[in-house]
Design a protein around this ligand. Sequence first.
Ligand SMILES: [Fe+2]
Length: 301
Amino acid sequence: MSRSIAARWRDRLRAGGRGGRYSPARGMVELALSHAYARDWPGRLWQRVPGTSRVAVVEHRFALLPAGVRRPLRLAFASDLHLGPTTSPSVLDVAFEQLGTLRADVLLLGGDYVFLEANAARMAELHARVSAVPIPIKLAVLGNHDLWTTHGDIEDALRRAGVDVLVNRSVRLPAPWADVAIVGLDEPWTGTPDADLALAGTEDAGLRVGLCHSPDGAVSLACRGVPLMLCGHTHGGQIALPGPRPVILPPGPYSQRFAWGLHRVGEMQVLVSRGVGTTELPIRMHAPPDILVVDLVPRPD
Ligand SMILES: [Fe+2]
């Protein structure tokens, strides 16, 4: 009997999915938070603070489309939704409302769909929110928090919502952008990123756009003919000092340096979103939520 109780505790203190770097200490913190944050009260409390439900829409434009592609391509990017006790429902409402108004051609999702368990209620909410977005093409990668829980349930909810989940895999967009490949790289810190697998079949693509949860995907995709990569993961530090100067950033060579915004690694431009939701605490300071709109237009002749 006592062995079975010990086994049950051991199960709760290790990752529910294939994600690495899930320490017993993290397991204990998450177990404690799942009890302390019962009924998701932190996010509901935080949304009462004026202004906290605003989501910035950050626009970028890149002249990267092959000259033969006549029609501009608009990508909408949302990351780090973190459905769970620390993300306020109203910030998710606002973010998804905005996604619905962007008239984008492709929705890209950057991973970290939950904080804590991928339970049935969160999966139903994820499915409902994503399937309601009126963007015809939906593509996604997974984040570290997804891989630490039952990520198969997350992948299932996304697929049922019309999303193609890319784990070290690329897809070609339909005409008139058939010369464009979206390259989905697995999570660099906790997953098994494989750039060769991810890029397979894209050799003749006129443009490859990288999609990865973390800026550290640039370690694998820079210098591989991918001129632009979209990512999240950092939350802009989530809690930053005025400036803004992030206090804590996730580990990783580029996560530590690229808290948000546009950066360059060799010939690759790395565009980092602060994401929508939060983890551990419901609070963001000097790191407001954002979604990205990326307009790709033809290269100059
Ligand atoms: Fe995150």
